[in-house]
Design a protein around this ligand. Sequence first.
Ligand code: ADP
Ligand code: ADP
Length: 223
Amino acid sequence: NPVLQVKNLKKIYKVDTVETPALQGVSLEVHQGEFIALAGPSGSGKSTLLHLMGGLDKPTSGEVWLGGKRIDGLSRAQLSDLRLWNVGFVFQAYNLIPVLTALENAAFVLELRGEPREVRESKALGALETLGMKDFAHRRPNQLSGGQQQRVAVARALAARPKIILADEPTANLDSKTGLALIEHMRTLNREHGVTFVFSTHDPRLLERVDRIVRLEDGQIAA
Ligand code: ADP
Ligand code: ADP
């Protein structure tokens, strides 16, 4: 059974009277342990698809299934609970909380889950160490570079140890060495811990390591 599935998914954004069709009937099955790239030109619908797959936004029509459960009709509260336990996100707007340190940001989801302090700190520190950010654990986002903030955002997703990680251009803001380290780490989590990954990317180093490339064009799967 797929861990994540979308069926005939359509999304039309409406801004004032202007309608933008972002997805025009996308169907996709993601199986446990897959490592999938979404490719395609800017504006082809990759971010929109990732948002809908994670329940961050609702489709205009079509279905989204996560872990055998249909989620497109759930309430906001049900969706946020679902995300807390089931999905990790690495999105471009880092969404780090400015008043919290890197460590507190990385541990935030674990705190929401009610995990004890020692457990959250050890998981969050471990994840920061993986991303080469342990020495920056006590800095706040405005004391870090863009690339370092990106690494904290990735660490936050890893610390929560979700079964599925959805990522929008995870290596886009990283220097070449850090980007490569992140790719290797994602692959290891995938191979050794069975974590399923779906991410958008233009990074050729990442594209050459995936199981499957789903190419979007004009809101449709082209290949
Ligand atoms: P990609 O991630 O492939 O660059 P997006 O999913 O961001 O593509 O965008 C697909 C289309 O939807 C584009 O035409 C974009 O301008 C439009 N779009 C994306 N987000 C919004 C939004 N919040 N409001 C209005 N239009 C949007
Ligand atoms: P520990 O619990 O002592 O950290 P583990 O063997 O459980 O040791 O994990 C080793 C590392 O692998 C962790 O620090 C974590 O970053 C990562 N990891 C383990 N399981 C998962 C998982 N399901 N999802 C994501 N990352 C994981």
